[in-house]
Design a protein around this ligand. Structure first.
Ligand SMILES: [Zn+2]
Length: 250
């Protein structure tokens, strides 16, 4: 294990649930500002500095209403946090690659089910096939030029144990719960004791930091796009890769 796995990414930016007008009144004795949520009834305020009680003029109901309408508009203009999406992921490439070499994009859960339903047939069909899939890194370690990571699909309990050819620069930026795309050769279950864990070899991380494209979002540069309707796409989501911005992968 390395120290870097402790590095926490900040959670998603939150948007306010409510904007409220606040009124500030001068204390009649010391002049300090006393603030209170706007309301249309007279209130008694107390100055925190000098403990003076005083009455405050309310906001006329019509004024309060028009302020609330403006505030609702303003609230709508604040971007909502991007959440881990269920049907669309965008990945920036760890390193620019002209061509992705996987033969099939498949969901971990789908892959796991295929093995569970008919192990022999699945091995026969997919043996040696380079597969692209996505999920969240939750345990990362590196040893003598190789790295291993457990990965779990955001929408399922399926897990994969992946063997990575170490790429110092791309791995250094990863931490627990990084959302990644990786390609590798799946060789089936890890074993009887880990019936829900798939084993991948010869893996390369091809993307990090998935996020949901906002409706109408224009990407600077799409490197590769695999729509959900594509024959090669056996996953339940659109897959889009964009080039990393210069400082996005440290
Ligand atoms: Zn005062």
């Amino acid at each position: 294990m390395t120290g870097k796995k402790k590095k926490q990414k900040p959670s998603a930016l939150m948007a306010p649930v409510r904007l409220e007008p606040v009124l500030a009144y001068p204390c009649p004795k010391c002049g300090a500002e006393v603030t209170v949520r706007a309301r249309h009834k007279a209130v008694t305020l107390v100055c925190e500095k000098c403990d003076t009680f005083f009455g405050a003029h309310p906001l006329p109901p019509a004024a309060l209403l028009s302020i609330q309408q403006v505030f609702e508009k303003a609230l709508a203009a604040i971007p909502k946090p991007s959440v881990v999406p269920e049907n669309a992921y965008v990945f920036r490439l760890v390193r620019p690659r002209d061509q992705l070499s996987f033969a099939l994009a498949i969901d971990l859960q789908v892959l796991l089910q295929a093995f569970t339903n008919n192990y022999e047939a699945t091995i026969k069909r997919l043996g040696g096939t380079r597969i692209l899939t996505t999920g969240q890194i939750y345990d990362m370690s590196s040893f003598e030029g190789f790295a291993t990571a457990n990965i779990t699909n955001p929408n399922s309990a399926a897990r994969a144990f992946i063997d990575l050819s170490a790429d110092g620069d791309s791995l250094a930026g990863l931490s627990d719960y990084s959302l990644v795309a990786f390609e590798g050769v799946c060789s089936g279950f890890m074993g009887q004791h880990n019936p829900n864990t798939l084993l991948f070899g010869d893996c390369a991380l091809v993307g990090v930091d998935g996020y949901e494209p906002e409706a109408g979002h224009i990407f600077d540069e799409i490197v590769f796009e695999l729509p959900i309707s594509s024959k090669r796409n056996r996953s339940s989501r659109n897959i889009v890769f964009t080039r990393p911005s210069k400082h996005s992968v440290e």
